[in-house]
Design a protein around this ligand. Structure first.
Ligand SMILES: [Zn+2]
Length: 146
């Protein structure tokens, strides 16, 4: 099942209630007759691409992270409420980076606010721009296969 997950591009940004409501309206209009789920939290959550996530690569040296190294990085920063920080030292090359800057194939994200379109087909033209304008921050769409 394909799910389109709309999130703000900034991991720690939680739009206020009015902005979240506006975002939900815009996404519902863009995906008529689809089941839509939304959620938010004080700390960012990992927004994954489900079965489409095949590899995670270092943005600095280009080396693929093995899944165990990646799990250790994720677990070290995850709390009961989300990620307190996304800052990491990469095991491959020692570079200081962020979990959000790793190259996920297919793309994933970290976010405090998420709107999922269940069985969404594609991102309608102009929808991300409309969201950015209404909420006041850039948005991105994570395509997930569950
Ligand atoms: Zn590296």
């Amino acid at each position: 099942m394909k799910v389109i997950r709309y999130i703000p591009s900034s991991p720690f940004l939680l739009p206020d209630e009015a902005a979240r409501k506006k975002a939900l309206e815009i996404i519902s209009e863009g995906h008529p007759n689809k089941e839509i789920e939304d959620g938010y939290s004080r700390l960012p959550q990992f927004v994954d691409s489900g079965d489409l996530l095949e590899r995670v690569t270092c943005p600095e040296c280009g080396k693929e992270l093995d899944s165990e190294d990646w799990s250790i990085l994720m677990d070290a920063l995850f709390t009961d409420y989300g990620f307190e920080s996304l800052d990491i030292d990469l095991p491959c090359c020692g570079a200081y980076s962020s979990l959000d800057k790793l190259i996920y194939d297919a793309p994933c994200g970290f976010s405090c606010f998420e709107v999922d379109v269940i069985e969404g087909e594609s991102v309608p033209d102009g929808l991300l721009d409309k969201l950015a304008e209404a909420v006041g921050c850039p948005f991105k769409a994570i395509i997930a296969e569950m």
